[in-house]
Design a protein around this ligand. Structure first.
Ligand code: A2H
Length: 253
């Protein structure tokens, strides 16, 4: 953990009803996977949501209507940030493990894909953010490689009970152009660095370093409400749009 608090945008990714039988106690509520991101301007390009298959999660009561699925640790932090029905005391309505959450049909804010699915990623950390990560393979090398692994490895899909139709139809969606890397910057950098899989951690850290700053300083929006604007300008505008329409909340840790 750093010295400075990190502020994330928590994207409210709705579980499309009807809820599966193991979540029946949540019926009648709005249930969301709450994904922590530093890149709200990329939400147009979401293709799926990442879960740690052997992670521990819970469904926590945020207010009268909303339930967030995330780690206990992040629920405790949220409860001190006015995001718990009972202040400073997270209320867990249902304990879940990552495997329980794979294959949920989801509606994600701003996403061009009308339905996306929760899928396994082995490098999700449970001591950072909410343990839920939204996937934008056009602009995140981690997301790109994890989706590529699932698409190309039938054995990986079957190991976690992932159906082909949750993965195979989903393509990289160009949303931001970076002059040096083009409109699928994550794919280009993964290719250039010859990254083999989602477990190639050192190279993925290098890929992140190469694209993260350049995306912010040189990137231009290709789509959405602020098409044509620089990422630097669009980012705070899209963040405000998400917050004002109750499709996201701020979370610090
Ligand atoms: B970012 P920092 Cl398009 N485990 O969102 C692993 N990764 C996590 C996580 C966790 N528990 N919680 C959040 N993250 C990811 C979008 C994105 C992100 C793009 C490009 C780069 C990027 C879509 N995924 O992050 O360690 C989330 O992915 C590169 C920094 O707090 C979140 O933002 O600096 C980012 O890592 C937070 O990373």
């Amino acid at each position: 953990e750093g010295v400075q608090p990190q502020e994330y945008v928590l994207i409210k990714i709705q579980v499309i009803p009807p809820l599966p039988s193991n979540m029946k106690v949540l019926e009648g509520r709005n249930v969301f996977l709450a994904a922590a991101t530093l890149r709200p301007e990329t939400m147009y390009g979401q293709t799926n949501c990442w879960i740690l298959p052997d992670g521990k999660y819970g469904a926590f009561e945020i207010n009268e209507t909303d339930v967030f699925i995330l780690t206990q640790r992040s629920a405790l932090n949220l409860s001190y940030q006015k995001l718990s029905k009972v202040p400073e005391r997270p209320t867990c309505l249902l304990e879940l493990c990552g495997l329980d959450l794979i294959g949920l049909p989801l509606k994600a804010p701003l996403a061009f894909n009308e339905v996306i699915y929760s899928l396994p990623m082995l490098t999700v950390l449970t001591n950072k953010g909410t343990g839920i990560v939204t996937s934008v393979p056009s602009d995140s090398s981690d997301d790109y490689m994890a989706l590529k692994d699932l698409k190309s490895k039938e054995a990986l899909r079957s190991k976690f009970g992932v159906k082909d139709e949750w993965v195979l139809p989903f393509e990289v969606i160009p949303i931001i152009n970076i002059p040096e890397f083009g409109e699928k910057s994550a794919e280009k950098v993964c290719h250039d660095l010859k990254i083999k899989s989602q477990n190639d951690k050192e190279k993925l850290a290098e890929a992140k370093r190469l694209t993260y700053l350049k995306g912010f300083t040189d990137g231009k929006m290709l789509v959405g409400e602020f098409k044509g604007k620089k990422v630097q300008e669009a980012k705070p505008l899209i963040k405000s749009l998400l917050l004002e329409t109750d499709q996201a909340v701020i979370y610090s840790e």
